[in-house]
Design a binder for this molecule. Structure first.
Ligand code: SAM
Length: 266
């Protein structure tokens, strides 16, 4: 039976995730089940609050670029008219579609696509939201692509990981699981970043360190104005709502951790 949006308490989410587990079985690995549990166990309120605090509400058509398992898409769908979601992972797109159907959201359309090359027309979206993705892609190309599909006057949100985050992964082995090795990811990221920044080489599966200043420079180059940069979860652009709650730290070991940026396309 579909869930009504009002009945989405933690028990309902638990039941939804149980159904996902039954349906997808071993197609979803342990690390990803733990991730699904972490992102949905408290419902969507924390995502709704964050979106309201950066003013990503009331748009006719908004893109969730790299939607993953869809928590931001489901929140965006409650605050905007139509959400288009894409991710390079068919599994993740399928899970989002299943959740949206179960919950009864009809204003989300999802598709399998990279964010570095998209088939959406130019100036198609009133706003573009991209959480936790660009550092897994050739990020300069992805930012250009996100800018291309955004209408003039439209707002972009992106976030990325600085050097401190990878020091933290190395040091703390955060969220280590049988199929997720944070230390190995940190080590590989250094090499990947060197190859991307120095030689322009990008291959699927790379992780890239991005510094806040580099994002700012790139957004300026792409013609964004009113660019704002802050630690993840710190941008409070709509003062009519309460201060947002960050999910991560903006600094680890004195180096940039996870940070976010917004800008308006000229
Ligand atoms: C850390 S997850 C974040 C997902 C989601 N936005 C969230 O906040 O949970 C990174 C996502 O990026 C996706 N991804 C990786 N490379 C991509 C690419 N080139 N284009 C689109 N999505 C990509 C992965 O499949 C994954 O779902």
């Amino acid at each position: 039976m579909p869930f009504s949006q009002e009945s989405l308490n933690s028990q309902a989410w638990c039941s939804l995730l149980h159904q996902i587990r039954l349906h997808y079985g071993s197609n979803i690995g342990d690390n990803d089940y733990q991730f699904l549990e972490r992102i949905y166990r408290d419902g969507l309120h924390k995502y709704l609050d964050r979106l309201k605090s950066i003013g990503f509400c009331g748009n006719q058509r908004i893109l969730d670029a790299g939607c993953g398992y869809g928590q931001w898409s489901l929140a965006l769908a409650q605050l905007n008219e139509m959400v288009l979601s894409c991710d390079i992972s068919p599994l993740r797109v399928s899970v989002l579609q299943k959740l949206a159907t179960q919950i009864g959201f009809t204003n989300i359309a999802s598709e399998v696509s990279g964010i570095d090359i998209m088939t959406y027309p130019d100036q198609h979206f009133d706003a573009v939201f991209c959480y936790g993705v660009i550092f897994l892609t050739p990020w300069r190309q992805s930012l250009a692509e996100l800018a291309r599909v955004l209408k003039p006057g439209g707002k972009l949100y992106v976030n990325a990981n600085g050097l401190g985050w990878y020091m933290f992964l190395w040091q703390e082995e955060h969220n280590k699981a049988d199929d997720y090795d944070p230390k190995a990811i940190a080590a590989q990221t250094f090499l990947d970043t060197l190859r991307y920044d120095r030689d322009g080489v990008y291959k699927q599966g790379m992780n890239l360190i991005i510094e806040p200043k580099s994002i700012e420079t790139e957004l300026q180059r792409l013609g964004f104005q009113d660019i704002k940069l802050a630690a993840e979860g710190a941008l409070h652009l709509n003062k009519a709502v309460t201060s947002p709650r960050p999910f991560f730290k903006g600094e680890y070991y004195g180096q940039p951790g996870i940070f976010e940026a917004t800008g308006t396309k000229r």
